[in-house]
Design a binder for this molecule. Structure first.
Ligand code: UT7
Length: 324
């Protein structure tokens, strides 16, 4: 027998306000046509004044708990991925913990920008399968609207706000690749690229929050290679291949990166879950949000083999292969 982290539920939350490409075209020198053609993005959600990352995270966490049929008291671990915390500290995870009304267990944040959810999932999986914790909420939540330079057309059109969460439970499984739960995870970082996608502020450097800066073309150039490398690692570790995958749920940054990755990996287009058109790039929230959409639409079913991957600032990148 082997301990596995099995997904019991998933949930998402998007702020009410939708910002369309047409509206952005009235703010900066851009067009709906350019944004759609270069990125596949048509709209994004933006948090309301006073609505903070932990508000989004809490709503997604409650939705995931309801989907799992569990109470907040059943959770003993909260791992929250964000690059846009409510405050420098304490962690946004403890705000969610307080919002859920629980005082037991542990809660902390993970910072790996757009790869955050994959890093958080791998972290929670390690903590559950070590036997130390029983049930985890793994959350990706972001309010990138707060760190965008709304006069910079090269970045402000790309991102959106949102949150997604999954509930994981430690379960004994037979110990084969047919098990339910997380089967393998592969995390990578290369800090030589740290200035290609970064925020030009922070508590220790400028004592300000700063704005997102990106060499888009440079990020794009590395993205597909990095993504496919860690997916190949997941295939090698499990013996599964592209034809075995039921759903490919990539980080949602750019439609062109998603499509090129799927083609390079040999994953059929109809197996790719895409939400970038509706959500834009919600960083650490994009994968759990996409999972919540696929589940709500009845596509994602227990037993499905699901491949997750992400790449982002740092650079950081990683993959998780799991059976739903
Ligand atoms: O979450 C993980 C990290 N993020 C990513 O994965 C993003 C990776 N990068 C990308 O998705 C793409 O590089 C972008 C969507 C950011 C840009 O697409 P691109 O095809 O690489 O365009 P580009 O940067 O080469 O720019 C082409 C032209 C430039 O004009 P010139 O120099 O050719 O005259 C830009 O100034 O498009 C111009 N441009 C715009 N035009 C209209 C840049 N932004 C805009 C805009 N509207 N919003």
């Amino acid at each position: 027998m082997t301990l596995r982290s099995v997904v019991l539920g998933v949930g998402g939350y998007l702020p009410e306000r939708v910002l369309t490409n047409a509206e952005l075209a009235g703010m900066v020198d851009t067009t709906d046509e350019w944004i759609v053609q270069r990125t596949g993005i048509r709209q994004r959600h933006v948090a309301a004044t006073g609505e903070v990352t932990s508000d989004l995270a809490l709503a997604a966490a409650k939705a995931a708990l309801a989907d799992a049929g569990l109470e907040a008291a059943d959770i003993d671990l909260i791992v929250l991925a964000t690059a846009t915390p409510d405050n420098t500290f304490p962690s946004t995870a403890v705000a969610v913990q307080a919002g859920l009304g629980i005082t037991h267990g542990a809660a902390f944040d993970v910072q790996a920008v757009c790869s955050g959810f994959v890093f958080a999932l791998a972290t929670a999986d390690a903590m559950l399968t070590s036997g130390r914790f029983r049930r985890a909420l793994v959350i990706g939540a972001e309010t990138f609207s707060r760190i965008l330079d709304w006069t910079d057309r090269t970045t402000c059109v790309l991102f959106g706000d949102g949150a997604g969460a999954v509930v994981l439970e430690r379960q004994e499984q037979p110990g084969t690749r047919d098990d339910r739960g997380v089967l393998t995870s592969h995390l990578r970082s290369d800090g030589r690229h740290k200035m290609k996608l970064y925020v030009d502020g922070g508590p220790s450097s400028t004592q300000t929050v700063g704005h997102l800066r990106m060499e888009g073309r440079e990020v794009f150039r590395h993205a597909v290679g990095m993504i496919t490398d860690v997916v190949v690692d997941a295939f090698k570790a499990t013996g599964y291949g592209p034809d075995d995958i039921d759903w490919f749920v990539p980080h949602q940054a750019n439609r062109r990166i998603i499509d090129a990755s799927a083609v390079k990996l040999g994953i059929a287009a109809e197996k790719v879950v895409t939400t970038v058109d509706r959500h834009a790039n919600t960083s650490a929230a994009s994968i759990p949000l996409a999972l919540s959409v696929a589940a709500a639409e009845g596509r994602l079913k227990p037993g499905n083999l699901v491949l997750l991957e992400a790449m982002g600032g740092g650079f950081t990148w990683g993959s998780v292969l799991l059976r739903w």
